[in-house]
Design a protein around this ligand. Structure first.
Ligand code: SF4
Length: 413
């Protein structure tokens, strides 16, 4: 699993803190909202031997019995991040075609930003030669945080400061991501007479898939026997026994942006799943769009530290010819995150990943994120259009090189 940024001692501390805090906030009467990632759904489905849709319905029963107000999945926020990322890629691509004088940013390759393990490494170790290439679009976790604390609060008549928003993720590094200063916003003072200037996090806390299993066991619940409740449909795109998704177990960035760019920039319609070719190993794959012997687009999936270090070296020496890189810190991507439920005795990691991959796509209909009616509503009612000023302010961010302390510099030296 992922080496990420969180150490094992920190993991133990974070686990305890997260469950205690979660239960405490329900007791305090906060409006608790839970957002569930598809990777966590798959992890619990494999563990309990039920379908991911059953997991979602049973978790809805379970969380609501504890006092949780609503349970969403993160597919709509993922689709929104994909739409914003497509828009950013096309604008970076156009920039890259300008002369050096006209260009005002390092535009390509654009690198995905959804993995906090990768962001943490890039900020600590790589600094300014890589950070400008990282997409400014926030991850699906932070995107759903913004949607919940703004749009959903408004719809449900709740004040953001009264909502405790918890995400369920495959990964400990998502806890670090949620606690970044960049992802805390100032509550509108007109809404908040008593607590002027109060700063509210987009995501209050993150539970890993494994911690949700701990919670189920702590409460002594027979999960398989739980009733299946109807899903909250305000943010979850589902239809008659199907959830909507994308190919690619880590968010489908390369796949979605490739199809969109081929169509918008070169008028080429790509049908069906994209055929990535293995480059060095199954965690480094690429796809190209070639027309008349000319390579118009070249994208890669690059998972695990070994692969990402190789590609980063190429960027450093100016020899990277990819237009887009989907970088994820864990080998095999997010399904294999450090927060997933561990393999059972006698089960190899490889077997577990195969089961997770099958479960991830079970009950899922692959659909174009641009066609998600909930995403369209968010733009129509609130955000105007992809890349609008409002969308940029709410759903984009910046990265900061972290200057190493003198001790760690000496240590490395
Ligand atoms: Fe977390 Fe996924 Fe990145 Fe692993 S690859 S650190 S699970 S976001």
């Amino acid at each position: 699993a992922c080496s990420g940024c969180v150490t094992s001692a920190e993991t133990v501390m974070l686990e305890k803190q997260s469950l205690d805090e979660f239960l405490l906030n329900i007791d305090k009467g906060k409006a608790v909202i839970v957002s569930l990632s598809p990777q966590s759904r798959a992890s619990l489905a494999v563990y309990f031997g039920v379908s991911p849709l059953q997991v979602f319905r049973k978790l809805t029963t379970f969380f609501k019995s504890l006092g949780v107000k609503a349970i969403f999945d993160t597919s709509t926020s993922r689709d929104l991040t994909l739409v914003e990322s497509c828009n950013e890629f096309v604008s970076r691509y156009k920039q890259s075609q300008l002369s050096d004088d006209e260009r005002h940013q390092s535009s390509l390759p654009m690198i995905s930003s959804a993995c906090p393990g990768w962001i943490c490494y890039a900020e600590k170790q790589l600094g300014s030669y890589v950070l400008p290439y990282i997409s400014s679009v926030k991850s699906p976790q932070q995107t759903i945080g913004v949607i919940v604390k703004n749009h959903v609060c408004q719809k449900m008549g709740l004040r953001p400061a009264d909502v405790y928003h918890v995400t369920v993720m495959p990964c400990y590094d998502k806890k670090l991501e949620a606690s970044r200063d960049d992802f805390v916003f100032e509550v509108d003072q007109s809404e908040n007479n008593e607590n002027e200037g109060l700063r509210v996090p987009e995501v209050d806390s993150v539970l890993t898939s494994g911690e949700v299993l701990d919670l189920i066991q702590l409460k002594g619940v027979d999960f398989k026997g739980l009733e299946e409740s109807p899903l909250d449909n305000m943010l979850t795109n589902f239809n008659e026994g199907h959830l909507f998704g994308v190919h690619g177990s880590s968010g489908g960035y390369a796949e979605t942006i490739f199809s969109y760019a081929a169509k918008v920039l070169f008028g080429r319609e790509i049908k069906g799943p994209i055929d990535f070719k293995t480059v060095k190993n199954s965690d480094f794959q690429e796809v190209t769009l070639e027309v008349d012997g000319k390579t118009l687009l070249k994208f890669a999936l690059c998972y695990g530290f070994r692969n990402l270090q190789n590609v980063v070296r190429k960027i450093k020496i100016g020899k990277c010819d990819y237009h887009f890189l989907e970088i994820m810190a864990c080998p095999s991507g997010c399904l294999n995150g450090g927060g997933q439920i561990k393999s059972q005795p006698g089960q190899s990691t490889k077997e577990l990943i195969q089961l997770l991959q099958a479960a991830y796509m079970e009950n899922v209909l692959v659909a174009d994120p641009f066609g998600n009616p909930l995403v369209r509503n968010l733009y129509d009612e609130w955000l105007e259009h992809p890349g609008s000023e409002k969308a940029k302010r709410l759903f984009h961010t910046e990265y900061h090189p972290i200057v190493k302390s003198l001790t760690s510099q000496l240590h490395n030296w």
